[in-house]
Design a protein around this ligand. Sequence first.
Ligand code: HEM
Length: 419
Amino acid sequence: MNEQVQGANQGAGGDPLFNPLSPDFIRDPYPHYDRLRTIDPIHVTPFGQFVASRHADVSLVMRDKRFGKDFVERSKRRYGPNIMEEPVFRNLGHTMLQADPPDHTRLRGLVVKAFTARRVEDMRPRIQEIVDQTLDAMIDRGHMDLIGDFAFRLPVTIICDMLGIPEEHREAFHKGSSDGVRILDPVPMTPDEIKQGNARNLMAQMYFQQLFELRRRNPGDDLITQLVQAEEDGNKLTNEELTANIMLLFVAGHETTVNLIGNGLLALHRNPDQLALLKARPELMAGAIEEFLRYDSSVQMTGRVALEDIDDLGGVKIPKGETVLCLLGSANRDPAVYPDRPDRLDVTRPNVKPLSFGGGIHFCLGAQLARIEAEIAIATLLRRLPDLRIDDIENPEWRATFVLRGLKRLPASWRARAR
Ligand code: HEM
């Protein structure tokens, strides 16, 4: 690393400006973002990536066609020429999330109808039913883990419904771990982590191949049947793309929503005035969800590669082929867009338009579904367990991943009562 880059990587006290897997950063990234936006808004990491932290730059990079994913070349540059032989990388490379047009357009087009606002609105009664069943099973216990016992079950059940995963297979998914998401982090994976990722990936692939067989024989009214039929149609999608995108929907559809519910509940309980306001005025809930997304986004970062030389991004030149990391969580607290105390949770804040679901052609497919799931989950919890208290509000345990920000557990208690 040359001296100039070394200098750019450090704040005034000599500590690194961007060290996203350090425990301090994981616990509270926001003071770090504040320093980045102020001191070095297009920061260069020791790995040579550019880090955009201001709202204007983050928003531009996600929407501008001069930037794309370029996943294969980007991964080779980072990990070496043979990296695409690793199953976990091959698989991710076949997802719409990492594809550029025209592949992206083709893959997204095959599933987009299942996620329209109308289709998702129709799912409200089912979402309410799952939340109520979860609480019914818990209500006379007097305590639960808001992550494992409450938030986790809803998005997993809904995505299992949508994909058509048979009831009798679901127990394994409900117990599933979420350690497989380190691949998204900006700090490269170790060979050991790649090995573990490969093993998990191959297990999931084996499971889904069997399920595809089942749906070829017994079609259902679900997304897997729809995609299996598209595969059989000829040149619409390959078998590898089918597997990769079903796995993407499964992962993208729950980790993130669990964390929206968990981070939102933590933020609310840390701000008792806002909690009281929301209990008194449940009609504020839809706006409150936007504020939870803004205040502590469950996705903190995405990235793009410059597909041509960029002369000026926030005053910096980005050569073709270089990666720009977009700090969504930082953009969401940029005072240039949220002048009224951006570090404060305010469920009545006007004009909240968080970048938590990304932007441009990759804008989150499940955004409306996630919003409705979180809205129903949090509203029902406040209504049915109004005296719920979080056990340790000061030091909750965060997961050690940076891109997907969420809690390992969030134990809470209430006065147990008969139903
Ligand atoms: C709070 C919950 C969620 C958050 C914060 C979130 C965030 C994001 C973000 C930031 C992106 C764009 C990444 C990029 O531009 O590189 C994205 C893409 C995506 N999300 Fe979500 N997501 C959430 C929930 C969901 C749900 C519930 C589903 C599906 C059931 C889903 C499916 C997807 C898919 C398929 C993509 C890729 C879209 C594309 O590349 O065209 N997400 N999400």
